[in-house]
Write a new protein. Structure first.
Lengths: 264, 302
């Protein structure tokens, strides 16, 4: 007989992740914002600005857009997707009902996080393949481990931040606008929509405080000519880790399984 | 045998107000226990303390021998809960929702059998959010049952239902009795408690105001019965024999008598009417309904 105990804990995480993924794939809005929108942005930005030469080195802008939009895809699958789905599940009383079962909290959280990381990597891989074959933006083979590690660290960071950020959202209708209100300005100043080298220095300094810039920078590193080794920028990973720690502290203090919109 | 739920002196204070003001409860194994009261009486607060979702201010609580505030996974394996405001799992069908939840438990019930038990066979592959309100609530019951718990909490399971959906939900709840489950039902519908419960406790303003079986609640079995009838034209209440006139409660078209011994007085009335050749076609003898008892019990003091 298969029971929760005999299947083991990692199997239970996968069990949860599988159903979270199924639920995600059946949600048209989630599919669009997470999988389609980054692809649209890649096509639009590359179509309009891709041929421009930017920075002192005169590199083509598409070299910035492929990893920049890849960062956006990771954030969409981790942060945006999770903030909205967690808020909905909490306000609909679904998290509360799951807490009434014997399943440990960390399994529910890891399952959803695992799903988000998988979708992030998949979505990023699709963008990179489109970049490679449609725009000729090539990632050297030696930089693949670096970009993968950076993507995983970035995805985990944004998942943790999603759990923290969701605690500030009062109801499900507010989730989408609040997420976009935070993310859109950050996309603009962090080298996602506009290559960072063309921004004024003070704006770049502002962007450096936030994790978006470090994820975009970390993913871009492997693409730049002259990068050797596996292509990791340790300072970017460090800043992401600090943000993950801050997010974790907030999430642990504030996260609740119960709906905020109090019932009778 | 040890009671399944045992509560002594339970108190929950919010600011200056006691939402639950020191209550005692006991629920025995295999019982359907109805916890009845108007909105805001402290029902949901109490049940959420029993489910382990809320802390208490004072009192002793034991559910299946465990303090719910310290209920661990092993305890949660034995308890099922249908919460008042839990919606369907988004993006999952009925069967998938049950498959997800069955993974949470040590020894889950069979999924198809559970679907059949709540009468959702034909909806097994329908997305849960597309079910009607009544069907969704039956899915909630199935989700609470899938772990094969000993005790099930049902918090206002039929609020907002149309009559046929209520009947269907009642059938499902009544079926839990056949499985030997203990059911702790909260409701503000008197007829629901009357229909389903073995025992009822009424809470009002944070206190238990009455406890008993549907037949005896609030001394219903000892309360005066009323005899009601209409006299034909030309005959008045004054014409009744003195022993019946002494029982006269009102005469407003219909004559209303109240009595603790309805059989004796109906007999006297029949003798009198037959002797005079009067028929009383609308003669009606009845006890107070559970609803009348309930409304009296939960009436706000003026």
């Amino acid at each position: 007989m298969t029971t929760a105990a005999s299947r083991g804990r990692s199997a239970l995480v996968l069990h949860q992740a599988r159903f979270d993924l199924l639920s995600f794939l059946r949600n048209r809005q989630a599919r669009f914002f997470t999988l389609v929108l980054p692809l649209l942005f890649l096509v639009i930005f590359n179509g309009v600005f891709g041929g421009n030469e930017v920075g002192a080195a005169g590199l083509p802008a598409k070299l910035y857009y492929v990893p920049g939009i890849a960062a956006m895809a990771v954030i969409a699958a981790s942060f945006v997707n999770l903030v909205i789905s967690i808020t909905v599940l909490r306000e609909e009383g679904i998290l509360k009902r799951r807490r009434a079962t014997p399943v440990p909290a960390w399994i529910l959280i890891s399952g959803r996080t695992f799903m988000a990381i998988s979708v992030s990597l998949l979505s990023m891989a699709v963008l990179m393949l489109v970049g490679r074959f449609a725009y000729g933006v090539r990632l050297p083979a030696h930089a693949v481990p670096g970009i993968a590690i950076t993507a995983v660290v970035g995805s985990i960071t944004f998942c943790v931040l999603a759990y923290a950020f969701s605690t500030f959202i009062e109801n499900e209708d507010a989730a989408q606008p609040m997420v976009q209100a935070v993310m859109l300005p950050l996309y603009f100043i962090s080298g996602v929509f506009i290559p960072a080298v063309t921004l004024p220095a003070w704006l770049r300094h502002v962007a450096e405080i936030f994790p978006v810039q470090h994820l975009a920078d970390g993913l871009r590193h492997g693409y730049l000519p002259g990068t050797t080794g596996i292509g990791i920028v340790w300072s970017d990973l460090g800043v992401l880790a600090i943000w993950a720690a801050i997010g974790l502290a907030f999430a642990l203090r504030r996260f609740s399984w119960l709906p905020k919109a109090a019932t009778g | 045998m040890e009671p399944v739920v045992s509560v002594h002196g339970l108190r929950k204070r919010y600011g200056q107000v006691d939402a639950v003001a020191g209550i005692d409860l006991e629920v025995q194994r295999g019982e359907i226990f109805a916890f009845l009261g108007p909105n805001g009486a402290g029902k949901t607060t109490t049940v959420e303390i029993l489910e382990g979702f809320r802390t208490r201010t004072a009192g002793e609580v034991s559910v299946l021998g465990v303090d719910p505030a310290e209920g661990d996974a092993e305890w949660r394996n034995r308890v099922g809960a249908v919460l008042q405001e839990s919606n369907a799992e988004p993006g999952l069908t009925v069967r998938e929702s049950l498959r997800l939840y069955s993974g949470y438990y040590l020894e889950p019930r069979d999924i198809d059998e559970t679907i059949a038990l709540v009468g959702l066979d034909e909806k097994a592959d329908t997305l849960a959010p597309q079910l009607s309100g009544g069907q969704r609530r039956r899915l909630d019951v199935a989700l609470a049952l899938i772990g094969d718990p000993e005790l099930i909490f049902l918090d206002e399971p039929t609020t907002g239902f149309d009559p046929s959906a209520r009947r269907a939900a009642w059938q499902v709840i009544d079926g839990l009795r056949g499985l030997g489950k203990t059911v702790f039902l909260t409701t503000h519908y008197m007829d629901e408690a009357d229909q389903l419960a073995d025992r009822i406790a009424v809470i009002s303003g944070g206190s238990i105001v009455a406890e008993g079986t549907p037949g005896t609640l609030g001394g219903r079995n000892r309360m005066a019965a009323t005899i009601r009838f209409t006299l034909p034209d030309g005959t008045g209440a004054d014409d009744l024999p003195p022993e019946l006139r002494a029982l006269l409660a009102s005469e407003d078209g219909q004559v209303l008598l109240t009595t603790d011994t309805p059989l004796v007085h109906v007999g006297a009335l029949a003798d009198w009417a037959l002797a005079r050749g009067i028929d009383l076609p609308d003669l009606d003898v009845r006890r107070p309904t559970l609803e009348e008892v309930y409304l009296e019990l939960t009436e706000e003091p003026a």
